[in-house]
Design a protein around this ligand. Sequence first.
Ligand code: DX5
Ligand code: ZN
Length: 225
Amino acid sequence: MLEEIKIAPSVLSADFTRLADELAEVATGDMLHFDVMDGHFVPNLSFGLDFLRATKSATELPVDVHLMISNPDEMVEKYLDAGADIVSFHFEAATHAHRIVSLIHDRGAKASVALNPATPVYALDPIIDELDMVLVMTVDPGFAGQRFIESSPRKLRQLRRMCDEHGVNPLIEADGGLSAKNASEVTSAGANVVVAGSAVFGAKDRAAAIADIRRAAQAGVSKMA
Ligand code: DX5
Ligand code: ZN
């Protein structure tokens, strides 16, 4: 059976003045991607706990909170309290990754580790068995609308191989610079969650944009080696 691809519209590119309407327009997505930036781990600020509570109250989709912050060890619990369904914290910022994963699981949420483009996949070898998802950045985090890093599919293939060696099958989420034009490049390399910010919220018809990305991403699966 062909793998089902999940599409995760990224709230960062929404019009915040009409958040509820924007979220209603992307209800055909499979999860909402929620980018938290602290102006320290990444050179940009986005939104935090109150905005997460508002988002949760306006969507039925699971919310996938991507913490681009320097102190996930201290902050993860607050995002769980605010309703995160999946929490992705950055490997580069975590002091005690196992402890954070256990905390997330104890609270009944799904645990994910995010990797910057320059962080090798093997960094996750000691922890991969415990993860529900791995987030592979396909741009350097910090901004929407950046260009996809072309070497990303190679890294996704390495991650898929590592998961196979461990006999585990976490979701693999690709994040940054993705659209209907290139989604198949990541899904043919093993990603099964495609984040899309500007490609969804930059389109007039968001449902059509999601459907286009889904079609392109799904076509990539059949090319998977
Ligand atoms: C980038 C964020 C991404 C961003 C994706 O730092 O982590 O999730 O919202 O936006 P696009 O799809 O426009 O690259
Ligand atoms: Zn993100």
